[in-house]
Ligand binder design. Structure first.
Ligand code: TEU
Length: 570
């Protein structure tokens, strides 16, 4: 078995569009990343994950790819990419690419050929279907199934030329590839080998649990979905999440691409994956992927209708993590994240982003997450405690996932704009996509031009330069947290036991490895709270490894948003 080095690693996600703009066009680029590598090296992370920089019409900020073997001029050239990769490797770091192969752009030559005619050799590379029986093709309701697309509207786009529909689970500019076709799979594997040969260290695989769809063997039809009251379209996910051939495809990919190559990292993004499925996906003996991104904890604040918000309960959050920690304790491995380019900022969502508690609560959240068993992911700006953006109207958003569903909700479903905006402000992906805040100069030092998305107005206070100069900053705390994983084996391999499962204020657990035991406590409130642990007396005299407030907890009484990590031996 190859060394599972990624158990000791921390991954940092770069969203290049918003990281650093070297050429002044308002959009971040690869040169900008090269220029800022010192920041990442100082933070001490081990792996960089680069969100897509391939040629793309940018309908979904690069998650719509028109050429898998290049770099979009917006971000640079293949030469700049090679230079970045060499610079990353020179610092002893690794780089993983975003692999978006559930779908391509509609401008990808594969799809251009596929839509050229029903007899084109590439026709079957995508999901083409006739109109529903007994309907007029191209009219509302004639779509082959009633599924909605993630970015609003139906999941099927009518194509005049051939009178058929193609499937797009995301936007119409992101047609789904047909993984049933072995030529598609071989083409994807060839692309992956090409990047690995170039020196990249692995892949984050976009919605990789959507590549196998249920096909009804009798008539080739896809079944209708489940519909919420008042919704214009249905949820078809039962037909495409963790479908029948998902494991087979990932194992084949492993054999065709990864076998015989060392020291890679593969992580599959899997909305809606269950613990039982994830155990299979990440069982080393099955040779599929190293770890997956599950979504349960980031869906903990939405109601049964996903378009609604419910208050986040700490007990619910803890139960979710506990299920994943225990479910993958013997077999498999967790990835750990609060944030990425699709999620609102953690400090605004789970902490308190007001001036009094922002720093403490950002540090507390980092502590609790990083001390779980699994590989932690830090999303750009999280290490600064960056916050959500004060969006006012829909005009402040750029994200296709905000604009499309807003139009559908307001125009088709007759919902109130203010209600839809309330959810978007709390959960919209643009919260994560505002430019990285480097310093207190105009546009936070992100660009000399006009940023593609407005910089958060709190940048004069919240920025990397200020935090690097302040030993008490979120940045320096994250540095210590990452270092702790590198120096304390119990953080990596220790078992996990949740304490106080019914407590709505404290998040507490232990990690044990041999004679070493760690106790982690996080206070999710702005008040003082005592941890009522059975062996409190023994713990209060244990070594305090890390805390985020100037004063250590007294008798396990934690201050506002305080986190504490204790260690004892024996
Ligand atoms: O995201 C998958 C996903 O589930 C998103 O639809 C959505 O952003 C999430 O539910 C939070 O609202 C991946 C990428 O990370 C995302 O950026 C892409 O837009 C999407 O796939 C399509 O490639």
């Amino acid at each position: 078995m190859t060394d599972q080095w990624w158990k000791r690693a921390v991954v940092y996600q770069i969203y290049p569009r918003s990281f650093a703009d070297a050429d002044g066009d308002g959009v971040g680029d690869l040169r900008g990343v090269i220029d800022r590598l010192d920041h990442l090296a100082e933070l001490g992370v081990d792996v960089l994950w680069l969100s897509p920089t391939y040629p793309s019409p940018q309908a979904d900020n690069g998650y719509d790819i028109s050429d898998y073997q290049g770099v979009d001029p917006l971000f640079g050239t293949l030469e700049t990419f090679d230079e970045l990769l060499a610079a990353v490797h020179a610092r002893g770091l690794k780089l993983i690419m975003d692999l978006v192969v559930n779908h391509t752009s509609d401008e990808h030559p594969w799809f251009v050929a596929s839509r050229a005619g029903a007899d084109n050799p590439r026709r079957d590379w995508y999901w083409w279907r006739p109109a529903r029986a007994g309907t007029a093709p191209g009219t509302p309701g004639a779509e082959p199934t009633d599924w909605g697309a993630a970015f609003g509207g139906p999941a099927w786009e009518f194509d005049e030329k051939t009178g058929e529909y193609y499937l797009h689970l995301f936007s119409a500019k992101q047609p789904d590839l047909n993984w049933e076709n072995p030529e598609v799979r071989e083409a994807v594997y060839a692309v992956m080998r090409w990047w690995l040969d170039r020196g990249v260290d692995g892949f984050r695989m976009d919605v990789i649990n959507m590549i196998s769809k249920t096909v009804n063997p009798e008539d080739g039809a896809l079944p209708d979905g489940r519909r919420q009251a008042g919704a214009a379209y249905a949820d078809g996910s039962a037909s495409y999440l963790c479908g029948p051939r998902n494991h087979e495809f990932l194992h084949e990919m492993h054999e065709q691409v990864f076998a015989g190559r060392d020291a890679l990292l593969t992580v599959g993004e899997m909305p809606g994956v269950t613990v039982d499925e994830a155990r299979l996906f990440t069982d080393p003996a099955r040779a599929e992927v190293d770890m997956v991104f599950q979504f349960d904890h980031v869906w903990a604040d939405r109601g049964p209708d996903p378009r609604t918000l419910v208050p986040l309960r700490l007990t619910r959050l803890k139960a979710i993590f506990n299920r994943w920690q225990t479910g993958l304790a013997e077999v498999g491995w967790n990835s750990l994240y609060w944030n990425n380019h699709d999620q609102p900022r953690a400090v605004s969502r789970y902490g308190d982003d007001g001036p009094r508690h922002r720093v403490a609560s950002a540090k507390m959240l980092g502590t609790v997450l990083h001390l779980h068993r699994g590989t932690p992911y830090v999303y750009q700006g999280e290490e600064l405690g960056m916050t959500n953006f004060p969006f006012r109207t829909i005009d402040d958003f750029r994200d296709i996932e905000a604009l499309g569903p807003y139009a559908q909700a307001v125009e088709q479903e007759g919902r109130s704009p203010e209600d839809v905006l309330t959810v978007l402000r709390a959960r919209g992906r643009d919260n994560a996509r505002t430019p990285m805040q480097w310093d207190a100069s105009p546009h936070a030092g992100f660009t000399a031009g006009t940023p593609w998305l407005a910089v958060n107005p709190n940048y004069p206070q919240v920025n990397a330069a200020a935090e690097r100069a302040d030993p008490d900053s979120v940045f320096h705390y994250y540095r210590r947290l990452i270092e702790l994983r590198h120096t304390e084996p119990a953080v990596v391999d220790g078992d996990f036991t949740l304490l106080l499962p019914d407590d709505e204020r404290l998040y507490a657990f232990t990690r044990r490895l041999g004679a070493t035991e760690l106790l982690v406590i996080g206070n999710f409130t702005g008040g003082f709270v005592r941890a009522e642990l059975p062996d409190a007396a023994a713990w209060s005299s244990a070594e305090l490894l890390l805390t985020n407030l100037a004063t250590a907890p007294d008798d396990l009484t934690l201050g506002p948003w305080q986190a504490a990590v204790y260690r004892r031996r024996g």
